[in-house]
Design a protein around this ligand. Structure first.
Ligand code: ZN
Ligand code: FE
Length: 256
């Protein structure tokens, strides 16, 4: 099974997973890079998986469905281009011999879903959309800090070696913020240096892994003393995990 991030727009990735003959894609905001990859690798597109309703994740769905006849899957609770199969928590998608599990992760949008799959002889895969990024999390456009915290905790409970496939190349700016939160985190400093190298060479920083994210992503570390302290320097009343996450998210929104 091959996993490829197709760059789109300025910083999106459309994830392509294939077995040399059949493929699925996640969040095709643009059809063109997907059609080019299908042709290049001689693949038949079987399924289009969508995590949430934002146009940079859905813009290419209709054209791809028309060009390939692929089935479209998306969240139960969001306005989506029809036709599609709507999925709620615990639903399964069978594709490429895989059994992808749907995890509802509201916060960025109110009905956002993620897809998790175990892959024979490989590390598991999580398509986390705009919920969990490497070093960060999505902005809270529709959901609450409490919802995002619950969503991130569910994702963080997946196996250590889970490959984190998020929909944007935001890693470098997330890690600069993470270093402001935890200036003494050595794993974070080492990861920042390695991502700077990758980005200088125009390579994707992704996929990340869950075991790494738990060490470096402040939004998965809202129980850690150093993170709580940093959040309290921004908002003195941040004394539980939800308010720590809210303070971090607020701080990140303004961070340059
Ligand atoms: Zn989004
Ligand atoms: Fe997005």
């Amino acid at each position: 099974m091959k996993l490829i991030p197709l760059p789109a727009f300025s910083d999106n990735y459309i994830w392509l997973l294939h077995d040399q003959s059949h493929a699925l894609v996640v969040d095709p905001g643009d059809a063109q890079p997907v059609l080019a990859a299908l042709q290049k690798f001689n693949l038949q597109l079987q399924a289009i998986l969508v995590t949430h309703h934002h146009p940079d994740h859905t813009g290419g769905v209709a054209a791809l469905r028309q060009a390939t006849g692929a089935l479209v899957f998306g969240p139960e609770r969001e306005a989506m281009p029809e036709p599609l199969t709507r999925l709620s928590d615990g639903a399964r998608v069978q594709c490429l011999g895989l059994n992808l599990e749907v995890i509802e992760v509201p916060g960025h949008t109110s009905g956002h879903i993620a897809y998790y799959a175990e892959v024979p002889d490989q590390a598991p895969i999580l398509f986390s959309g705009d919920t969990l990024f490497s070093g960060g999390c999505g902005r809270l456009f529709e959901g609450t800090p409490a919802q995002m915290l619950t969503s991130l905790k569910r994702l963080s409970a997946l196996p250590d070696n889970t490959r984190i496939c998020c929909a944007h190349e935001y890693t470098l700016s997330n890690l600069k913020f993470a270093c402001a939160v935890e200036p003494d985190n050595d794993a974070l400093k080492a990861y920042l240096a390695s991502v700077q190298g990758l980005r200088a060479a125009k390579q994707p920083s992704l996929p990340s892994s869950l075991v790494l994210e738990r060490q470096i992503n402040p939004f998965l570390r809202t129980q850690r003393a150093a993170v709580v302290q940093a959040a309290q320097a921004i908002d003195a009343s941040a004394n539980d995990e939800v308010s720590v996450l809210a303070a971090l998210r607020q701080w990140k929104n303004q961070f340059q």
